[in-house]
Design a protein around this ligand. Sequence first.
Ligand code: AMP
Ligand code: ZN
Length: 485
Amino acid sequence: MQKIKIYNTLTGKKELFKPLKKGFIGMYVCGPTVYSNVHLGNVRTFMSFDMIYRYFLHIGYKVRYVRNITDAGHLTDDNTEDKISTKAKVEKLEPMEIVQKYTIDFHEVLKQYNFLPPSIEPTATGHILEQIEAIQTIIDNGMAYVVNGSVYFDLLKYSEKENYGILSKRIIEDTIENTRELDGQSDKKNPQDFALWKRAEPAHIQRWNSPWSIGFPGWHLECTVMSTKYLGDQFDIHGGGMDLKFPHHECEIAQAQACNHKAPVNYWIHTNMLNLNGKKMSKSTGNSILPSEIYTGTNPILTKAFSPSVTRFFIMQAHYSSVLDVSNGALLAAEKGHQRLMEALNTLDKLKVSKTSTILISDWKQKCYNAMNDDFNTPVLIAHLFEGVKFINLVKENKESLNQIDFNALKTTMHDFIFDVLGLINITNDTKNSAKLTGVIELLINIRNEAKATKNYALSDEIRDKLLAKGIQLKDSRKGTTFSL
Ligand code: AMP
Ligand code: ZN
């Protein structure tokens, strides 16, 4: 097994990764709050963890990867309204219609961008009972209190024995100053205490029964409950964007510690932000690009459309912990690099194999692994893959040679990293496949025309309907039949 070093944001150090159970990894990543379309920044974070998941699988780990869907409890920035309920009112829909709509959008984006599905994708609303049980445990352990039907985590009590701020390195006094006096906070013993359960105001439409009131659970609690339910009281990796470090992840640690008396997570991984126009991409400020606007080229900053694989390549060219700026120029450059990589793969298939090798492929292969073992350094990996491209072109020009063993190693390594680990797609193959598909549909249109000519309407309708069921629509006009996919 490869030895991996991970930058652990809990300790602020790059550490040798040791899973709790040899050969197995438990990884939890905070999923999206499904109240609007995911933007490219969200995609960057999830893609970084997709790459990490892919690499663990590639080197032989069995991974239980849990990424949740936040479909309740996430309050707006001013702490007054639930994001999903607010959107439901604006769009005049049921909260669960909002959840369904944007979960479908999220899954569609993941499919377009070639994500592997997580092992479990739990929802907050599917775990209300577990959240109520966890709150009761925290109350029983003396670290939460009930006021007017709401339950708050008692941070000063917790801090007598435990270290609140262990992850974000904030000191509790600072968090008091940073907490604004807002709606409902007057109930709290101390302003920095956070809600585990909130009594629902009459206008609040997502509500459940509990021992304390009809209300809804706090956002931080769902991740504590779902991560520990599926991965255990202690698990290997917890991830998310670095904007979640405080207060969300800090509170997760406090809640889990208050429930189970154990630090829940061994390695915390935080990804950096995707910027647009020099500022963090964000739903609330509207400074964002939708993934679909990139592959349709409909965003005003773009001069053309960029395929999901090119966008993936663009994201993978930066280390997950660096800030990345998206722009038309950066995507154009990524497209060129992506094309060079894919053309080299097509050339590789046609290379002549020699009896002897003049290139040390095993050293190069190890360099690719070393890059990934060094905190998943995809930009360095990509630089090595371009060295692989150089080898391919030199062999093609008869300036270097490869024997069968080295040829196989070069081909396998290029394919493994480009497709399995980085998750890219060979567009030239895609284009070939789409040309084949067009040919097959045209063949069916011809058979349908012949059926119509012999008045075999049953067959002609069957062809039309069955193609439609596969998402292919035939359109008849005086000029003939066309189709749309
Ligand atoms: P949310 O749906 O707002 O809870 O965000 C889902 C994930 O996207 C979280 O892990 C956030 O940290 C992450 N995220 C939000 N904005 C950005 C951004 N501009 N760049 C990268 N990740 C982001
Ligand atoms: Zn979370």
